[in-house]
Structure formats: C-alpha cells, structure tokens
Design a protein around this ligand. Structure first.
Ligand code: RIB
Ligand code: CA
Length: 315
C-alpha cells in the first residue's frame, strides 16, 4: 500500500499501549515511523525498554524509539500505575530484549526532525501523558504545525475519572501539558473514557488472537493482568484497552463520532485536578476547539482490534 499515512506513537507502555502499538504494526493503512516514550504507567526507563521489546516482539525493531520526558512539566506527579499494568508495565510478562538501542535523540528532537522532513502530513497518536507534545509545541512550534492529525487518548467528558473521581490518568499525570495541547489549535481528536469504557475486549476475543501464533499469544499473556484486575475490581469478563481505541481512530479516521468542543483542563491543585471540562455551550472563535469523541460502535471496534491482532502472526 503506497499511500500509507506516516504515524508516530507517543506512549507509556503499559498493557493497552502495547496492544495499540501492535495494532498499528498490523494495519497497512499506516506506516509507523517513530515511537516516542513518556513517563506514565511506569518510569521512563521502563516504558522505553518496554517499547523496544514490543516492537521486537512483532519483528519491527527497525522502528526507532526515542525517550522523552521523565516527569510532568510543572508539578511532580510521582504516582504510577504499576498496580494496573504490573511493576514493569507489561503485566508481569518478560518479553525478549530487542537488539535495537534507544535512539540517541531526545523524543522532542526525533519528533521534530521527522515532522520537518516528512513531505506528507504525519498522524501523531498520543496515548500517555501529554508532556512530550507540550514540549514539542514549546521547543519546535514549526514542527508541531506539521502534524496532520493528533489523536489523544485521554480525558472524560461525562464519565468521571479513573485515577481520581474527576480525572483520567493521562491528563491527571500532566494537566498543564494537556491544557497547552488542547488550546494549541492543533487538529486534535480526544478519545476519552466516554468511548473507551463501553469498548470491552472480551476473553473470547483475546482467545482468537492468542490462537493465531506466538505474537498473539504474547499479547494475550500481557493482557492477563488487565483481565484479572478488571474481574477483581469491576467483576467484568473483559478489558478496556483504551489506547487501542485511540489507535483505531488514528488508523481509520472517522471510526468514532466526534463533536467540536472547547475543552478546559482543571490545573488547580484541588480534588478536581486533571479533570477535562468539555464546554457544550458553543465553540469559541479562538479556534482552539478539539474534536471530542462522543460516539462509538463497541462491537465493531473490538472486531477491528481482534481481527488485526490475529494477522500479526501471519506476517
Ligand atoms: O486512562 C487510560 C490511560 O492511562 C491509558 O493510556 C493507559 O495506558 C494509562 O496510561
Ligand atoms: Ca497509555
């Protein structure tokens, strides 16, 4: 496929991040050119090692991995999500080490160079805290302006939070960065809990790609901690792979129904910190609105994910 869309994934692997990266690699519509890592589910060094190993698992250690911000922009947010993703971030699964080394360039430099050198617009999928994207806007606004689409996994319009009562984890991890990104005017799609929570990957779906071969089997093994956590915490027989839904929108634009809205991030230090306040009154003339995903076909999204992941072992 010649007209593949150049893609960058900014990520904090993370179980659902791993699934999202594998989904991109299984999708001929996109050409994964770069992975940048950011603090989040676990520490920066670990998410970076995890990114290298997930790419190697799929036979794609050729994709460069550049490490980014190890902490949020302004206020330290040291709390990670090891209790959900496992202490090392991949559900306790030890993937084989990659032969590739981390790209020596900082993530912002690698991303800026790719954006400035790409003749066609680049889609950036940001599925961790938005610190790297905010830094790109500050350090290289000309490069940021060349982003064709920014698809963000984060926030919640009306589903409350998952890390606090008010906030979703990625936004809560760096609210100031999120505010900078959502008011930048970049062409942004916000894929939040409103559409990810209804999109449940069932154990039956996991079994389908697990049966496809070693890559699918490893993906299923990585998911197992997520499955156990969902069962124990929520009594559900399936998992919400938030980041994979954001990548689905990045791969097939228009998968989700969106509405143009202004989004304000609570950057105070109180109980609401990290909340995304979606303004349903009107769209401001400032041009800073984003496309907020409000509609999803969960069954179709899950089938897309499962069928694509099952292809990985056919490659
Ligand atoms: O709230 C879900 C988000 O937080 C996902 O990106 C998950 O990987 C965690 O980082
Ligand atoms: Ca993530």
């Amino acid at each position: 496929m010649t007209d593949r869309t150049p893609l960058v994934i900014d990520t904090d692997p993370g179980i659902d991040d791993a699934l999202a990266v594998l989904l991109a690699l299984a999708s001929p519509e996109v050409d994964l050119r770069l992975v940048t890592t950011v603090h989040g589910n676990v520490e920066l060094a670990q998410v970076t090692e995890n990114a290298l190993r997930v790419l190697h698992l799929a036979g794609r250690s050729d994709v460069p991995v550049a490490a980014g911000a190890r902490a949020s922009l302004i206020h330290p947010q040291p709390e990670r999500a090891g209790h959900v993703h496992g202490a090392a971030g991949l559900g306790g699964v030890e993937l084989p080490p990659s032969p590739a080394a981390v790209d020596p360039r900082p993530a912002v430099v690698a991303l800026a160079e790719l954006l400035l050198s790409s003749p066609e617009p680049v889609t950036v999928a940001a599925i961790g805290p938005l610190t790297n994207i905010a830094l790109l806007l500050a350090v290289s606004p000309d490069a940021a302006a060349r982003i064709g689409r920014l698809v963000v996994m984060g926030g919640s319009a009306g589903r409350g939070g998952n890390v606090t009562a008010a906030a979703e984890f990625n936004i809560w991890s760096d609210p100031e960065a999120a505010q900078a990104v959502f008011t930048s005017g970049l062409p942004t799609v916000l894929v939040g809990l409103d559409v990810t929570l209804p999109t449940v990957l069932t154990v039956e779906g996991i079994a389908r790609f697990a049966a496809a071969g070693p890559v699918g089997r490893s993906a299923a093994a990585i998911l197992q901690q997520y499955v156990d956590h969902a069962r124990d915490a929520y009594g559900t027989a399936g998992v919400v792979v938030h980041d994979a839904l954001a990548l689905t929108e990045a791969i097939v634009p228009g998968t989700l129904g969106t509405v143009r809205r202004d989004v304000v991030v609570d950057t105070t230090l109180g109980a609401g910190r990290g909340q995304t306040l979606v303004d349903r009154r009107s769209v401001s003339a400032a041009g800073t609105a984003v496309e907020v995903a409000e509609h999803v076909d969960p069954a179709a999204a899950v089938e897309f994910l499962v069928s694509r992941l099952a292809r990985l072992d056919l490659a």
